[in-house]
Write a protein that binds this ligand. Structure first.
Ligand code: HEC
Length: 107
């Protein structure tokens, strides 16, 4: 089976390096849990906006990852900066979660 072959395959590659989908799933799960920990208290559980005038992340444009990274890293107005708390990989994982689930849960 293909699964067994990867263990003895090309040296120098980490587990899962040939499987982009598994990697995406791992990042998605990581983004989701970090959203619950860090973002949900303002942006709402599962991004369902609590209705207090805070930006509704379900409306965030899917083609603006650079803006997302910038706003999350440095903050924006009442939104705190996250650069001391989250590594760039964490912010990428958040983007994978938000850009996928935002489409799945329209306001
Ligand atoms: C303390 C409350 C608070 C927390 C916690 C918070 N945010 Fe925000 N966020 C805001 C507010 C308020 C805005 C609206 C900022 C504005 O445009 O004035 C905002 C806006 C945003 C925007 C839109 C920025 C833009 O470019 O328009 C994104 C994306 C975002 N938040 C992501 C996140 C993520 C990801 C987290 C968790 C790491 C998070 N926020 C945690 C309060 C918060």
């Amino acid at each position: 089976m293909a699964v067994a072959l990867t263990a003895t395959g090309t040296p120098g590659f980490a587990i899962g390096s040939t499987d982009a989908t598994a990697t995406d799933e791992a990042l998605y799960a990581k983004g989701k849990s970090s959203f619950r920990k860090r973002c949900a208290r303002c942006h709402g559980v599962n991004m369902v906006n609590p209705g207090v005038g805070i930006y509704d992340l379900r409306n965030f444009p899917k083609d603006e990852q650079a803006r997302f990274t910038e706003s999350v890293t440095y903050g924006k107005n009442a939104m705190p900066s996250w650069q001391d708390v989250l590594a760039p990989e964490d912010i990428d994982a958040l983007w994978i979660y938000i850009s996928r689930d935002a489409a799945a849960t329209p306001p």
